[in-house]
Design a protein around this ligand. Structure first.
Ligand code: SF4
Length: 201
């Protein structure tokens, strides 16, 4: 059975197949919309598609994606526990960082995706995603591993898996971050999560 969430996402993905709201629409091979469970409480958000993602039309399928899958698996998440997407849905040429105008142009579509899925936890993979969603001035080395409350979401920035391929020393902090994400995910699932931000409201 196709759920309402799935229907919304299918419609949006179809609409974006012809999107040229920013220059990346003219150079992409394939739109890279998202993969995973629309019924999940957890959404991973990366920067944008790389070469393999652009060729295959799916997010995180290259080397960095394979590493991310291993980390997610090792942390104990099941396939239907999460959804994965990016800040921009089309590949920035040469894997450059997406320009602020491109991020701005694509952001309403990410919001629509998130509104359809209604997750509880957002994990921001790398500086681009964290800057776009939390604060343009954010420094990922300082912000990673710390929960931020944004509306109904608990948001955790961490390093992008591509950064781990360049610098294996980052694997330890990322592993710590994923263990913390899994802890909170499980507590929410079991209904025993105590909101650490309650006192601040
Ligand atoms: S990156 Fe986003 S806004 Fe730009 S063309 Fe692709 S779908 Fe449209």
């Amino acid at each position: 059975m196709i759920t309402h969430r799935r229907q919304h996402l299918i419609k949006l993905e179809e609409k974006l197949q012809t999107c040229e709201n920013c220059p990346l629409g003219k150079t992409r091979n394939n739109l890279v919309f998202g993969r995973g469970s629309e019924e999940s409480d957890l959404v991973f958000i990366g920067e944008g598609p790389g070469e393999q993602e652009d060729l295959q039309g799916a997010p995180f399928v290259g080397k960095a994606g394979q590493l991310l899958d291993k980390i997610i698996d090792a942390a104990g998440f099941k396939d239907d526990d999460y959804y994965i997407c990016n800040i921009v849905k089309c590949r920035p040429p040469g894997n450059r960082v997406p320009a602020p105008e491109e991020v701005q142009a694509c952001m309403p579509f990410l919001r629509h995706q998130i509104a359809s899925i209604q997750p509880k936890i957002l994990v921001l993979l790398g500086a681009s995603a964290a800057k776009a969603i939390i604060d343009p001035k954010l420094a990922i080395t300082k912000a990673r591993g710390k929960w931020v409350k944004m509306g109904n979401f608990l948001v955790m920035p961490t390093f992008h898996p591509a950064a781990l391929l360049r610098d294996p020393q980052k694997k330890i902090p990322v592993w710590q971050d994923f263990q913390e994400i899994k802890r909170v995910f499980d507590e929410m699932k079991d209904g025993i999560y105590e909101d650490i931000f309650n006192d601040e409201q």
